[in-house]
Structure formats: C-alpha cells, structure tokens
Design a protein around this ligand. Structure first.
Ligand SMILES: [Zn+2]
Length: 308
C-alpha cells in the first residue's frame, strides 16, 4: 500500500527543489547512508498470532531483512514492523515505518499448500516468496518516498517491479524460488479456473489485480532469464504472447532501477546481498517445509494456519 503522505512528500520535494535552486544547486535528491534499517516486533493482541510472532522473533526474520536491506543509502531510518492490525490482512508504508500485519502473514500461511507442488514450487517457498515480496514491495514505496524517486505509471505497479527486481538479485536458485513463490501468492487470491467473474469495480483498485501481478512478476523474471524461467512459458503459466516482450519490460525496469535507485545503493554491501539471503533462509525454509499438524513440524509453527 502506498504512503498516505505521498502528497506531503511531493510538497516537500517541491519546497526542497525551490530551496536548493535558490541556493544555487539543482540537486534536490537527499543524501543518504547505508545501515538505516531498524525493526520492531510488536507483541500481538490477538493470541491467534502469538505463534507467528514467536516464530519470526526466534528465527530473527526482521534482523535478516535488516541485513538484507542495509545496502540502501537512505536519508533517515526506515523501520520494519510486524504488528496486529485489528483483523485487517494488509501491509503499508507510512511515516518511515513499514508495517506488515500478522493478519496478512496468517493469510499467507493459510494459503500455503500442504505439500510441495508438482510444478516445482516447495511449500516453504509459497510462504517465503510472498512474505519477502510484501516486505520488498513496501520497501519500494519507502525508497520512492524517502529518495523522491519520480514514478511514471502507477506507484503500486512500480513497487511490484522494485520487489521483483530485487528478488532477481538473489542468485539463480533463490531468485527462481522467490519469484515462483510470489506468483503463487498472487494466483491463490484468484478464483480457480480460466474464466472468472468479478464485480466491475475491482478494476478500479490502485493495485493491479492479483492475476496481473502474477503475470507481471513472471514476465519480469522471464525477461531477466529466459532459460531459468523457460518452464514458466512452456507450462503455460505465462502466455507466449506476453512472454515475447518480457525482455523489453525487464530492460525498462533495469534502466529505471540502475539510473534512479542504483546511486542510492552501497555497492560494497550490495555485493553480499545474495550471500546474506542464502545464509539466513535455510533455517526458515526447513521450519516451513511442513504444515503445523504434520509430524516433524516444529511446535512454534503450531498455530500457523490460524485464522486472523
Ligand atoms: Zn503498495
């Protein structure tokens, strides 16, 4: 979800631009530094979310995300938060804080299949993919806001693209797992079947529809590496007609990311991006490999499928 303060940001940017030009410099982009990520685990009010809180805290999930995002050079701190949202399964960025609701995390756990999928997506990755995707999507909003990045098109689509681009920086195996996991997370929100009936006002949403978001992330991935994601087209998850132009879509995204975001990345720290993820994900993946009621599942995940 985009920040409610976007208008304020535009006003601030305008004021800054005016101030800077008055001072004789045209550069209104704020300067930043790396290691600006903070985190907070807010204890849940709803006992149904206690296990998610415990599991994330014990697994140091936010600490790992903090390390992963540390290369971002931001002008001021960005706080990652998990918290209860009074029954609303959502996530948003506002006032320098990313908030991901336990209700949304519970929904992701509930949506996970009981077993690995025959199409080559593990159960754990159907959870890890959407969770990483939502944190990176909200980080996209934060980066656009804090660094006053100009956006053509809809900010929600831009945040999705930001997330996809970062997932593709994880190295081939992990990138594939997270992209497919994220696409699963969008697809599961659609009614099954090739034809769906929806109220016409869902098309007015500021986000693209879940099926579009799934196609979009798969297209960016296929555009980035058509060998690694060849089966996505062969199996019909991404229609051939769309796939033909995906390399151009990825090119556009790469141009925007390297031009607009690249200068705000600490290159030395960013070199460890994949290593940080690979080092920290395996434990979580093992814990999420089975549903909570399966022998061998850890007690901490007992509630995982609980309703918000
Ligand atoms: Zn958003």
């Amino acid at each position: 979800m985009r920040p409610a303060a976007a208008t304020a940001a535009i006003a601030a940017a305008t004021v800054m631009a005016l101030t800077f030009s008055a001072a004789g410099t045209a550069n209104a982009v704020p300067t930043g530094k790396p290691n600006q990520i903070k985190y907070t685990y807010v204890p849940p009010a709803n006992p149904a979310h206690q296990a998610i809180y415990d599991q994330m805290k014990q697994g140091r999930a936010l600490e790992h995300l903090q390390e992963l995002l540390s290369p971002l050079r931001l002008p001021y701190p960005l706080t990652l938060t998990v918290a209860g949202c009074d029954g609303v399964p959502n996530a948003w960025y506002n006032n320098d804080v990313i908030k991901v609701c336990y209700e949304l995390l519970a929904e992701m756990l509930k949506n996970a299949p009981k077993e690995d999928l025959p199409i080559g997506i593990s159960r754990a990755d159907t959870i890890l993919g959407p969770v990483l995707d939502v944190f990176l999507h909200e980080t996209g909003h934060a980066v656009f806001h804090m660094l006053q990045i100009p956006i053509l098109g809809r900010q929600e689509d831009a945040a999705d693209q930001f997330a996809a681009y970062l997932m593709l920086r994880l190295g081939k195996d992990e990138a594939r797992r997270m992209i497919l996991g994220a696409a699963y997370g969008y697809n599961i929100q659609m009614p099954p079947g090739h034809r769906v009936t929806v109220p016409v006002d869902v098309f007015s949403d500021e986000h693209s529809l879940p099926a579009q978001r799934a196609y979009n992330v798969l297209c960016i991935a296929y555009g980035a590496d058509r060998k690694l994601f060849a089966d996505v087209v062969e199996e019909g998850f991404l229609p051939k007609k769309r796939a033909e132009a995906c390399s151009y879509e990825y090119e556009d995204l790469t141009f925007a990311m390297t031009t607009l975001i690249g200068p705000h990345i600490d290159k030395k720290l960013a070199g460890k991006f994949h290593e940080v993820w690979a080092r920290t994900v395996n434990e979580r993946r093992a814990r999420l490999a089975r549903p909570p009621d399966t022998p061998g599942a850890t007690p901490a995940s007992v509630e995982a499928g609980g309703k918000p």
